[in-house]
Design a binder for this molecule. Structure first.
Ligand code: SAH
Length: 235
């Protein structure tokens, strides 16, 4: 799979993908991350990518022409396996389910907004979807793009070794969309806090039951909204 990131700050990405499994997966050719400088598609002396909003108001917007030209140059004939996503605080919320959907693509192009945002015609006529990583406002789409690439990349075949599975984690179907269960490692007692007894014994059935109950309890406590969507799915 190839990830494309369209940004006015290409240097931003010299760090986030150079660690751990994502770095290894790139070296092994399991995925490719191409960072494209939006200014490449500007033709004036100042390489202008932004302009003032019609109707007044603060700040600047990314103008449409460089974005349209860039996307059309990077993915000239868009197929159903190629998706163009505009990062936006106003977008559909990014979830593990959407990460899984994206992991089925051949190409994922992420457009990073900046300043006060992006000319609306990009959302309406260029991007396949507007996606937000949460109900808060970032100063640019770059951090959001890095989060999406990371979460999608680890779902690709072979990216996580056998020691890891993406099938028993928080939010996944196999886990009924619940949070993962609490986990512990040594020491069995730390500062007087003991690891639950059941985990120290070797009874796998009991451990399984305990984990499921702990998963449910933690989800109920921290994410009651996930419990509700689980009930809805069951009906
Ligand atoms: N004026 C806009 C915010 C612009 S923030 C508004 O009020 O909705 C500048 C850029 O940061 C956006 O264009 C978008 O690309 C990115 N961004 C900000 N918050 C984001 C979020 N929660 N998820 C994804 N991208 C976000």
């Amino acid at each position: 799979m190839t990830f494309h990131i369209l940004t006015i700050f290409p240097e931003f990405f010299s760090g986030p993908f150079e660690h751990g499994v994502i770095r290894k997966a790139q070296a092994e050719g399991r995925l490719e991350i191409r960072v494209h400088d939006l200014r490449h598609w500007t033709y004036d002396r100042h390489r202008t990518v932004d302009d003032r909003p019609f109707g007044g108001g603060e700040g600047m917007l990314l103008k449409p022409e460089p974005l349209f030209e860039a996307v059309e140059a990077i993915l000239p004939k868009r197929t159903p396996k190629q998706k163009v996503i505009l990062l936006s605080a106003q977008g559909r919320r990014f979830t593990q389910a959407l990460a899984r959907e994206f992991s089925m693509m051949n190409d994922l192009l992420l457009i990073c907004g900046r300043y006060e945002g992006v000319d609306e015609r990009v959302a309406e006529h260029l991007a396949d979807a507007e996606v937000s990583i949460g109900d808060f406002v970032l100063s640019g789409g770059e951090l959001a793009a890095a989060a999406i690439v990371d979460s999608v990349a680890r779902l690709l075949p072979g990216v996580l070794g056998n020691e890891h599975s993406t099938r028993n984690e928080s939010f996944c179907e196999e886990n009924e969309g619940l949070l993962d269960c609490p986990q512990y490692t040594r020491p069995a007692e730390y500062r007087g806090w003991a690891v639950p007894d059941v985990l120290l014994g070797g009874n796998h059935e009991e451990i399984k039951r305990w984990r499921r109950a702990a998963s449910l309890a933690k989800t109920e406590r921290l994410r009651p909204d996930l419990m509700e969507s689980r009930e809805l799915r069951k009906n």
